[in-house]
Design a protein around this ligand. Sequence first.
Ligand code: UDX
Length: 439
Amino acid sequence: MKITMIGTGYVGLVTGTCLAEFGHHVTCVDKVAGKIEQLREGKIPIYEPGLEALVHKNVNEKRLCFTTDLASAVPGAEAIFIAVGTPTSRRGDGYADLTYIFAASKEIAPHLRGYTVIIDKSTVPVGTAAQVERIIHQENPAADFDVASNPEFLREGAAINDFMRPDRVVIGVKNDRARHMLQEVYKPLFLRDTPIVCTTVETAELIKYAANAFLAVKISFINEMANVCESIGADISALARAIGMDGRIGGKFLHPGPGYGGSCFPKDTLALMRIVQEHGESLHIVAAAVEVNAAQKARMVKKIRDMLGGSEAGKTIGILGLTFKPETDDMREAPSVTIIPTLLERGARIKAHDPQGMEEAQGYLPGEVEYMKDAYQVCEDADAVVLMTEWNQYRALDLERVKKLLRKPIFIDLRNVYDPEKMRSLGFQYTGVGRSLNP
Ligand code: UDX
């Protein structure tokens, strides 16, 4: 099949590359010339494990190419994916900004030739597909097309595997003609017996938001329970394990931490609340999850302050991990982006390290942050070290060395990577999230 992917951001690039790996001929289009140039030179603008090798393979096998010229990439394509950004609107009202989606639709319209399915891949509010359809029809009344919704459920850091072996594929279509086309696109997954949920366009659009909102609720629930454990003197790890063993609850997404971040949960929870409000409904549970998430970040600052004896002023704090989660260089909505500036404002000196995110971090964090070459340099002469993101590199630290390098052996583990008893027996003043009272 000939497929065009509009937008080579995270979702577009991963999806386009994986579709080429399925055997389709994929042209990826982006307006940013520098990005296309980079991709043509074989350089990948984001860090995603396995992506670079897959891009190179499919480019070499001539199934994947990159261009800025939308007019040449659209004619003849049987399926056109729209995977442009849908950031939270600058108005600050939680709405998703659909400017890029609508602009792409307008641009595609005059170049359509033959029956084409236009597929919304970006996370968009309910009703967007219908709007895209109207725009294309207005621009080119003669065009023979359908608009479908096919939300992505890719986790950063595991996106290739999530695409190739998904829990399910959601397809929202208006008719059989479009459904058949999408079945062709995902044929290798059909052959592998991947569950496919075929539904209306509106339901598909809502499924994506509901899935992300539910996961955000799950995380905020466990974070709140972790805080309760701290007050009661209970242990969140045993609690999460035990409740997760109930098949109705499930053990995943029950890890407490400094709050969820990333490009999806914060944005999609706000957008969903806006959507339901427009329909005269409310989602109290999602609203609470958002509130709890903000409070969790603030609580982490207090946790650090308490461990430092009540004040950050004049203290050097080492930070291990800056990205919102491991195996990505993405800094969007990372807890570090809220926590570090607060510590700086209160007079702390910050020394930080991240295996992939340090370059990206500079655009998100104040200039005073000092970037170190590894975890040990971070610990050198610091008054405390904070494990912010659970990169594998930080899971097996030489703890004796860490203790010697630190000015004071204070270890604040915001991801519960280490065992509290062991840390205490090694002589650390250690705290995690929900596993202990402050020592
Ligand atoms: C998420 C969804 O998982 C994916 O299906 C969707 O398409 C996009 O959003 P992603 O943002 O890449 O993917 O990250 P994810 O692994 O889901 O983690 C999101 C945030 O939640 C991270 O900040 C992570 O640290 C946090 N988290 C996750 C927890 O704090 N505890 C958990 O148990 C799980």
